[in-house]
Write a protein of this length. Structure first.
Length: 307
């Protein structure tokens, strides 16, 4: 199977392996590295190494060994909205959004394939319908495109920052500001595994990309703060990296520094509460807001009792 990608202005300057990890989200970094070793990656007509730096409008061509099948599974979905173009699903904490290399079942995609036969195929068979993802331990609203035309329209809104995403989180410490903007690059260190780092300046050596998060304080507790967060960009782990970088990691986010061990520990407390988008099919802006899940409410109730 051959897949090709054109490098947009936002991706120029990235290493080609980092670019492909984003485009082939179901593949591990080791699998992508092996593709380079086997001369499975070209730019234009020539093979390149994984550290090759991309230019604007480069054509990246990947030859993929498409040996695994993603099967439908009868997993209950919490569907908030549905029409002929789109599904809005409330994903539970603990569910992976789409299959990846070595893990092909019990994901949101497996459930979607059972529920709906027609989904967009722009992102390939591992991510049918998936326009944007949520981390495994992040709960909340996710949009699923049923056809390519709608998928492309939403992708354009995400690119132009007109797709609305609001989250709520409980973080360690007292956030002193009522409102604030976290403007920071996010990069990857080779010896950090899946962990990313927040940077004040662009660093091409760390393949960093600009990210912007706006926050509002909803309530302060003795040792914690309940925040609302609005994404203006959509980087991997963006909220988690940004909050950790300012000294207020999310409760339960072990990867980014929240190592407190409560008797009432409820896991990572991050919920995608609201999404909004222009629906090109019905020519109307739609907005959806879901209730905070039980684990989040239990956390709020317990931290409110700390003296």
């Amino acid at each position: 199977m051959i897949k090709s990608f054109v490098v947009d202005a936002e991706s120029q300057g990235l290493r080609v392996d980092v670019f492909l990890k984003d485009k082939l989200g179901e593949f591990t970094r080791s699998r992508i590295a092996k593709m380079f070793d086997l001369n499975k990656i070209k730019i234009g007509s020539g093979f390149v190494g994984k550290s090759h730096i991309l230019n604007f409008k480069d054509l990246v061509i990947a030859e993929i060994d498409d040996q695994f099948e993603v099967l439908p599974q009868n997993i209950k979905l919490d569907i908030v909205y549905e029409d002929c173009d789109v599904l809005v699903v409330n994903k539970p904490k603990g569910m992976i959004t789409h299959p990846f290399d070595g893990f092909y079942k019990d994901t949101l995609v497996n459930a979607l394939l059972y529920y709906e036969k027609k989904l967009s195929d722009i992102n390939g068979k591992f991510r049918p319908g998936i326009v944007h993802r949520l981390d495994k331990n992040t709960s909340g609203l996710i949009l699923v495109a049923k056809n390519n035309e709608f998928h492309e329209a939403i992708s354009e809104q995400i690119k132009n920052h007109t797709y609305e995403r609001k989250y709520e989180a409980v973080v360690n410490g007292s956030v002193c500001k009522n409102y604030g903007i976290i403007s920071m690059y996010i990069g990857r260190k080779t010896n950090y595994g899946e962990k990313l780092v927040g940077l004040k300046n662009n660093d091409l050596n760390l393949k960093s990309r600009f990210a912007l998060t706006i926050f509002r304080t909803l309530e302060r507790y003795k040792k914690f703060t309940h925040l609302e967060l609005k994404l203006k960009t959509g980087r991997t782990h963006q909220i988690r990296v940004h909050l950790s970088s300012i000294g207020h990691p999310i409760i339960g986010d072990i990867l980014y520094g929240s190592k407190i061990n409560f008797s009432f520990y409820e896991g990572q407390c991050l919920h995608a509460k609201k999404i909004g988008f222009w629906h090109s099919g019905i020519r109307k802006f739609l907005s959806f807001d879901c209730e905070l899940p039980d684990y989040f409410l239990k956390t709020l109730n317990k931290i409110s009792k700390i003296n």
